[in-house]
Design a protein around this ligand. Structure first.
Ligand code: DAH
Length: 384
């Protein structure tokens, strides 16, 4: 009695032999498809091509009875089928085939989770990292002020309306807020306006946080990420970076502000750079100014980059508005009712804020802000 897996073979005509192997293959494939672990494949191998009781032994016995003139043909079909069974049951050979190759011959396997390691392969070399160009520029700016005795202060990106606006003399609903298209957090309406949370639109709230925490003298720089609901274009990104500065002490004057920023611009862009201060407006400084530097591309002669003006606008600054000191004093008096550290009759200060992307773009002649955030290695590698 032959095992039941072996189909009936009535005669040795070409069509019968072909039908015999087709049916055999179907039976085998059905079993092979469920052999999805190494153990099951081994059991399949023993069953079909095991030395003693393997089904192929029976089949070869059966085919030996073929008449001489068909034997060659029958033998070839047997060999093809045997090779196929060999391959499917050979775990190592299966490992070498791609899943796609196996799928093509109808086999779905669970690959072993751990692959062996070829210790003769060369090790992979990891490229050394570099600071991102924005971080590099931000560090450069911060270092210029560290050298002047400033220290670094940081603040949260999710900020309250009080620190981001109210304490900086932007009253609720005041149109000055329109200049800073704000992303607000959802479901804040139940809170008093000053406690509502938003994404900080500038690093200036850290001025307030620092003054509430610490009496003068203060000299700080505040590098950090800020957010605005701006559409992205060549020079705008809804997320960008600023470095804020604050200096509060006795007898701080506008001349100190001018001297400090003139030095900083020369340190960043080269000693031949000139600065000029243009009247401007910010709610938290009075007077306020925009600082321009002589165009570093044409040395002030006028070119496309400076729109033929010879000057490039770089940052905002001004003398700290007494209204800011008043907000700080109000907050400090909740802790100490006698606090008078920020009495504008005794102290004065200046502040400034600059955009890191803008400065990096000018430093490196980059015309698209998006390059900084694209993660494109062709761009980033240039700063290695
Ligand atoms: N916070 C301003 C902005 O984001 C920049 C700025 C201007 C900061 C003047 C200052 C300053 O500290 O004094 O547009």
């Amino acid at each position: 009695m032959l095992p039941t897996e072996i189909p009936q073979l009535n005669d040795y005509s070409a069509s019968s032999v072909e039908a015999f192997f087709t049916q055999l293959k179907t039976t085998f494939d059905t079993e092979a498809q469920s052999a999805n672990t190494a153990e099951k494949v081994e059991a399949l191998r023993v069953k079909w091509i095991g030395r003693k009781q393997g089904l192929l032994n029976h089949i070869s016995g059966l085919l030996k009875k073929a008449p001489a003139e068909t034997r060659r043909d029958v033998g070839m079909q047997f060999n093809t089928f045997k090779k196929y069974v060999d391959l499917v049951c050979d775990i190592d050979a299966r490992k070498k085939l791609w899943d796609a190759d196996l799928a093509e011959i109808g086999i779905v396997i669970e690959r072993p989770k751990v692959r062996s390691i070829d210790i003769t392969l060369p090790g992979s070399v990891r490229a050394p990292g570099i600071p991102h160009p924005l971080l590099k520029t931000m560090n450069e700016i911060v270092a210029v002020f560290h050298n002047l005795g400033y220290s670094t202060a940081l603040g949260p990106q999710v900020e309250s309306d009080f620190y981001n606006f109210e304490a900086l003399n932007f009253p609720p609903n005041h149109p000055a807020r329109d200049t800073q298209d704000t992303l607000v957090l959802a479901d804040q309406q139940a809170k008093p306006s000053r406690d509502r949370l938003l994404m900080r639109t500038h690093t200036s709230p850290v001025q307030v946080r620092s003054m509430i925490a610490q009496a003068p003298p203060i000299r700080i720089v505040v590098p950090g990420k800020v957010h605005r609901n701006d559409a992205a274009d060549a020079t705008h990104s809804p997320v960008f970076h600023q470095v804020e500065g604050l200096c509060v002490d006795t007898d701080i004057t506008f001349s100190d502000l001018k001297g400090t920023l003139d030095h900083a611009m020369k340190a960043l862009f080269g000693s031949s750079v000139k600065t000029r201060f243009f009247p401007s407006f910010f709610p938290f400084t009075e007077p306020s100014a925009d600082v321009q530097i002589s165009c570093i591309f044409c040395a002030g002669k006028g070119c496309r980059k400076c729109k033929q003006s010879g000057w490039i606008e770089l940052l905002g600054c001004g003398m700290v508005d007494p209204a800011v000191f008043a907000s700080v004093t109000e907050a400090r008096r909740k802790l100490d009712p006698a606090d008078d550290a920020y009495n504008p009759a005794k102290i004065t200060g200046f502040a400034f804020g600059m955009g890191v992307e803008r400065i990096a773009m000018i430093q490196h002649g980059i015309s698209e802000i998006g390059h900084f955030f694209s993660g494109d290695m062709r761009f980033l590698e240039q700063f290695a």
